[in-house]
Structures are given as structure tokens and as C-alpha cells.
Ligand binder design. Sequence first.
Ligand code: TMP
Length: 208
Amino acid sequence: MKKGIFITFEGIEGSGKTTQAKLLAERLKEQGLDVIKTFEPGDTQAGKKIREILLSPSINMNPLTELLLYFSDRVQHVEEKIKPAINQGIIVICDRFTDSTIAYQGYGRGLSVELIEEFNNILLGNFKPDLTILLDLPAEIGLSRNQRINKRDRFEMEDIDFHNKVRDGYLQIAKSDPERFFIVDATEDASEISQKIFDIVQTKINTK
Ligand code: TMP
């Protein structure tokens, strides 16, 4: 059986990933394709509990503890949901994946990017998305969008410097892997963005 495709959405807070992932899944389903939409952290039974710990504003956490929890969630997610779906020929659309860990725990918190890549190798056998959509926008705009809807988890409470580092981190990761990344200007109109993403995904599907 033909393998499915693994597509991830990445970006800082308020970049519109969740909306765009949903729109893409809907459009692909309209075409009769088999699609599942998933997210990190927290889209398994174990992951839900891990997410609660990770995002609780009242829990004090060492950056390495945080890193290990994101990988715990990811190992469970990949083994329980993502790989089985891909092996059945399904298109998997995931809201955040390892690039989030490199951007937030690596560039944001200052942990070694090499260490994170090494963990990825050891724990996931260097399992990577086929295509990653990076929704890029200035941190000020993203954060102000989220404040309007009153979203305040442990990361949203970080200062603007942290979010600027995460944004720059994402741009560097994308630069180092241009074959996999598609960068979209997330300040554009949502329907224009959705069309651009749909076009690039169709090309990916047709060339796979
Ligand atoms: P969400 O708001 O997209 O649901 O993601 C929850 C938060 O977790 C978000 O602020 C980014 C953060 N995060 C990391 O710091 N590292 C990771 O590996 C992932 C997947 C998310």
C-alpha cells in the first residue's frame, strides 16, 4: 500500500496554524482524500495529561524536564497515531512537531539544538515530516492576536524577547531545510494563505 503523507504546521503563538490546519484538512477531505488532523502536545490519552503539566502556569519547570515531557508526548503520539495512519496511506496533518521543540526549547530556552536533534534521532529514528508549513509573522502581532482571545498558558506568559527568539529560530530551521519547509506570510488574509497552502500540498501529493 502507498504510504500517506506527513504534513506539519509550525509557527509562533497567534500565527493561525490551528485554523489553517483545519482548513487544509477540510479541503483535502472534499477531494475524497483520507485525512486525519492531530496536534502536539496532547492528542493521545497519555499526552492529554502531559499537556496539562506542560502548560500549567503554576508549575515551575526546569528546561530539560520540559524538553523530556515534549518528547514523551511525541513518542506516544508518533507510535500510537501518526505512524499507523501513514502506514495505512492516510494524510496526517499535525499542528506542531519536533520543529516546535527546536524553536521553543532550543532557540527560546537556550537548550542545545544538537542535543534536541540527537534525542529526535534516538527516540524517533529521525522520523520527519514530508512537508512543513511555517506561518511566519512578527511576535508582537501574534501575541496581540492571542491576548484578544485571552489565551494565557505558560508560554504565552513569556516576554516578547522569548517569542522573538522562537520566531528567529523557526526561520533558521527553515533556512537549513528548504526542501521540506514552505514559509507563508501569516499577516496575509486567511483565505489567501489557505489557497497557497492548498496549492503546495497538491503539488506534494502529485509528486509523491
Ligand atoms: P499550542 O498553543 O499550539 O497548543 O501549543 C502549546 C504550547 O507548547 C505552545 O506555546 C508552544 C509549546 N511547545 C513547545 O514549547 N515545544 C514543543 O515541542 C511543542 C510541540 C509545543
